[in-house]
Write a protein that binds this ligand. Structure first.
Ligand code: ATP
Ligand code: MG
Length: 175
């Protein structure tokens, strides 16, 4: 049995979520079983629509509507913390129970940075993950201490992004 490693894709440049879904596509092409959970996102994206077409990728559902964390009041943050903890626990439970080869936790790192997910909760899950399962964590994060728990760490730098020229998110490219 091969050992499963942990990846972090972070930084302010474009390419974290698309890297994670690219890995899912590559692994699916080798008959691996992939489980994807996305945090603080809704169900509406091109990458989810595509992943749903591949039979060995399983997507855990997202809420229909989601606010930015800085727009949430205290109660909404508490409710979201409970929701995200439930999603995280469900993802690791399913991954172990159903012997997934790869678990992707997209945007889990900003959820830790904003205090929605407790850092130690995620650390414990990383340390105790199934030994053969590949684990992928993505998102912008200030907390570099999580790098200690990963085997691959890629910071994607924002050298240029057309957003600064007023080009907003385009369907099929950003969403
Ligand atoms: P992608 O989903 O395209 O791989 P990402 O996961 O690296 O992007 P996020 O931090 O999740 O980027 O950003 C959410 C949205 O903002 C995405 O639509 C993304 O394309 C876009 N984005 C990424 N980097 C930048 C940037 N430097 N400036 C403006 N928008 C960005
Ligand atoms: Mg992303």
């Amino acid at each position: 049995m091969e050992v499963g490693l942990t990846h972090i894709y972070c930084g302010n440049g474009k390419g974290k979520t698309t890297t994670a879904f690219g890995l899912a596509m590559r692994a699916a092409g080798r008959s691996k079983k992939i489980l994807i959970a996305q945090f603080l996102k809704n169900n509406d994206s091109g990458e989810r629509n595509s992943a749903a077409l591949l039979r060995n990728i399983t997507l855990l559902p997202c809420p229909e509507n989601i606010k930015f964390t800085f727009d949430m009041n205290d109660q909404e943050k508490k409710d979201m913390a409970v929701y995200c903890k439930g999603l995280l626990d469900r993802a690791f439970f399913m991954a172990e129970q159903d012997a997934y080869d790869m678990l992707i936790l997209d945007e889990v790192l900003p959820a830790v940075d904003s205090g929605i997910i407790e850092r130690q909760t995620l650390v414990d899950l990383i340390i105790n993950k199934p030994s053969t399962m590949e684990l992928i964590l993505t998102g912008r994060c200030e907390d570099k201490s999580l790098y200690n728990y990963a085997d691959y760490v890629s910071e994607i730098n924002d050298i240029k992004h057309p957003y600064s020229n007023g080009i907003t998110a385009r369907i099929g490219i950003e969403k």
